[in-house]
Design a binder for this molecule. Structure first.
Ligand code: 0PR
Length: 378
């Protein structure tokens, strides 16, 4: 087919997609990547960090990004890490290292944890133990105590839960574990929010490597870091990665650590460019805007009598409705991209940097109409 015919087809497919510029995406933990990151990604698109010897420039950028990420989570010289293709790969890697180091199969995580942990347990032949939540939707400490025994390799807490954006009591979890197991913190989303909330004066509980018991963290530049996809990271102090390394005799390096072979690398340059450009001040301003918009959303939705299922802590909020599925369905007919939280049930909105006050106003107008049509009590 000639180029223009193929490109016309592409255009048709493109229009089938949602895009951040539609002003309708309210359910994504990803956002329009920063333009400097998009340019960096395109410039470095050929690199393959599965074979880093060919791409020493990208490999150096990766090291530099890792050290910038470390500075976000109070990591010292004992912490090492790598960029990954996202939170799923990082969580798998944490569990993989812990399983191989300890020879144990148990892994304990809260009911609020992302489904990637169950996936990882399945792949690794580990036994996932789900801990119930307390009345504040955080990992219940009494139940944790009962779940941890000699067969457990790793306990996982979440700093920025997928459904509600809440932070598990990592310090208290550490106290209960009392060094009997490794401790991983999934800050895939919160990792680029919490440090800046702290700088903005919010009270943020300890959740990172400042706690000696924290052995490993997931923190994703492709979520609130505004990098292009795919870009996650896994940082840890569980020793060398020898136990997750495989001989790779015909590559430029003779061993390859980690899960993937060929891996996306344009996004390494993207993360580098965006982090360098925005710096702490840039991210702080973005987080401030997202938190202000979250407050605005809660206030506007409150005006029509709808309340969050729990007071939002960061820029994720879930609203309670009697007839949740019908509300979501009707709103989707207006073009809104929404998701639901299941625990507790609610209409879940992630107030990412592309979500503006104007979008929120449009959303509230449509919501009001939908509720009137459904006769939902407000
Ligand atoms: N850990 C947490 C706390 C997460 O929220 C997520 C993803 C992951 C790990 C896994 O990360 P990756 O998806 O990078 O592997 N949470 C989002 C979710 O499941 C992912 C997402 C993003 C989904 C954008 C939809 C979407 O449009 O909701």
């Amino acid at each position: 087919m000639p180029v223009n015919a193929v490109e016309s087809e592409l255009e048709l497919y493109y229009r089938m997609n949602h895009s951040f510029s539609d002003g309708r995406i309210l359910n994504s933990m990803y956002t329009a990547p920063h333009p400097i990151g998009v340019r960096a990604h395109m410039r470095f698109i050929e690199a393959n960090m599965g074979n880093p010897g060919l791409y020493p420039g990208t490999a150096e950028m990766e090291k530099s990004v890792v050290s910038m990420l470390k500075s976000l989570v109070s990591a010292g010289d004992d912490v090492t890490g790598r960029l990954t293709d996202g939170g799923t790969e990082s969580n798998i890697t944490a569990m993989w290292i812990a399983r191989n180091l300890t020879g144990k199969k148990g892994v304990v995580f809260p009911k609020s944890a992302h489904f990637s942990l169950k996936k990882a347990a399945n792949i690794l032949g580990m036994e996932g133990r789900e801990v119930p939540l307390d009345e504040n939707y955080l990992m219940d400490l009494g139940s944790l105590e009962k779940a941890v025994d000699d067969s457990v390799a790793l306990v996982i807490g979440v700093a920025g839960t997928t459904e509600l954006g809440l932070v598990d009591p990592i310090k208290e979890i550490a106290k209960i574990i009392d060094r009997r197991t490794y401790l991983h913190v999934d800050a895939a989303f919160g990792g680029f929010v919490l440090p800046f909330m702290r700088e903005l004066g919010y009270s943020v509980p300890d959740y990172d490597f400042s706690l000696n018991a924290v052995s490993s963290m997931t923190l994703d530049p492709h979520k609130m870091g505004l990098s292009t996809l795919p870009c996650g990271s896994h940082l840890h102090r569980m020793g060398s990665e020898e136990n997750i390394s495989t001989e790779a005799p015909y590559l430029t390096k003779t061993k390859q650590a980690g899960l993937l072979g060929t891996r996306a690398s344009g996004s390494v340059a993207s993360a580098y460019a965006v982090i360098k450009h925005l710096g702490r001040e840039g991210y702080r301003n973005i987080v401030k805007q997202c938190l202000e918009n979250t407050d605005y959303l809660v206030k506007r939705v409150g005006e029509i009598g709808v309340r969050p299922v729990v007071e939002p802590y960061m820029n994720i909020v879930s609203f309670a409705f009697e007839n949740l599925d019908a509300v979501r369905e009707e709103m989707e007919r207006f073009g809104w991209a929404l998701s639901v939280s299941r625990n507790p049930p609610g209409l879940r909105i992630v107030v990412m940097p592309h979500v503006t006050e104007e979008m929120i106003d449009d959303f509230v107008t449509d919501l009001k109409n939908v509720l009137a049509v459904l006769g939902e009590a407000v």
